[in-house]
Design a protein around this ligand. Structure first.
Ligand SMILES: [Zn+2]
Length: 70
């Protein structure tokens, strides 16, 4: 299934979700309903234009194959 990507407005507030997509943690915008994973070529922005903390946290995570072994 494709990710939902909607035009962001001034409501955007990105958070981690319990779900995953393509084996990666799925983030979603509570404002417009867009979804994002780190493999996407774009980077979400908060309503004020800043990078969401949840997104920065995800991008800073080492790109490991899916075995959190420590
Ligand atoms: Zn949004």
């Amino acid at each position: 299934m494709p990710l939902t990507i909607a035009p962001c407005r001034q409501l955007c507030d990105w958070v981690r979700t319990p779900g995953s997509y393509d084996g990666q943690p799925l983030l979603a915008c509570r404002g417009c309903g867009s979804q994002w994973v780190r493999s996407e070529p774009w980077t979400p922005a908060q309503a004020d234009g800043s990078r969401p903390y949840a997104v920065l946290e995800e991008l800073r995570r080492p790109a490991s194959p899916s075995s959190p072994s420590g």
